[in-house]
Design a protein around this ligand. Structure first.
Ligand SMILES: O=C[C@H](O)COP(=O)(O)O
Length: 242
């Protein structure tokens, strides 16, 4: 069954102290949300351990923002599956457009990271999406389907979340129209072997557009950057009106 998953991606924001302060403010909002909604926070590595210790008995799940494909080794700046699972991490974002754009992530390395996540029992949140130029050139579909074809080689689609994030909508305030996000997500679903994969929308999701986005039949959740950084706006998003 398709699961509703609302995930915040804090990117490179919040120290440990700021993360704990956020948690104090957000916990009551999370507990108010309907039980069928999975609430996830993908936070910087430095905040994972402290948050994990403070999440016992809570329904909030922890996510990371990267994973290396090796179990250990000389890979300065990387993090491994066992390091994440040891502290209670359940989800990991892979292939975010910022990783692809600034850190040389390719479909090949995305595929390796996806395999590693699944090997260690983590649920990957695979990000795909087109640039403004690709959209203008009518290449949205071919680009995304090309990403999926390479990224998903030998990936178990029963342990997978996909986030459709049009790059032009990330952090710009320019949200993809809900019916257009629904159309693209429907297209992604049509190409998957497992039609029950949770597929999220991401890109300038805010408290004032979450209801309309979540009312779309193909959208199973959201991946949220900026609006997941304050307990108030993230609380409103996880408590969207069904
Ligand atoms: O991972 C989240 C996305 O990059 C969306 O970020 P945003 O909500 O700040 O536009």
């Amino acid at each position: 069954m398709r699961k509703i998953i609302l995930a915040g991606n804090w990117k490179m924001y919040k120290t440990q102290a700021e993360a704990l302060e956020f948690l104090e403010g957000f916990k009551p909002n999370a507990e108010d949300a309907p039980e069928n909604r999975e609430v996830v926070l993908c936070v910087p590595f430095t905040a994972l351990s402290d948050l994990s210790k403070n999440l016992h008995g809570s329904r909030i799940r922890l996510g990371a923002q990267n994973i290396h494909w090796e179990e250990a080794g000389a890979y300065t700046g990387e993090i491994s599956g066992p390091m994440l699972t040891e502290i209670g991490v359940r989800y990991v974002i892979i292939g975010h457009s910022e990783r692809r754009q600034y850190f040389g992530e390719t479909d090949e390395t995305v595929n390796l990271r996806l395999k590693a996540a699944q090997k260690y029992g983590l649920i990957p949140i695979l990000c795909v999406g087109e640039t403004k130029e690709q959209r203008a050139a009518n290449e949205t579909e071919s680009h995304i389907l090309g990403q999926l074809e390479k990224d998903l080689v030998d990936i178990d689609q029963t342990q997978l979340v996909i986030a459709y994030e049009p790059i032009w909508a990330i952090g710009t305030g320019e949200t993809c129209e809900p019916d257009e996000a629904n159309r693209v997500i429907g297209l992604i679903r049509s190409k998957l072997d497992n039609k029950e994969v949770t597929i999220q929308y991401g890109g300038s999701v805010k408290p004032d557009n979450i209801d309309e986005l979540m009312a779309q039949p193909e959208i199973d959740g959201v991946l949220v950057g900026g609006a997941s950084l304050t307990p108030d706006s993230w609380g409103k998003i996880v408590n969207y009106r069904a």
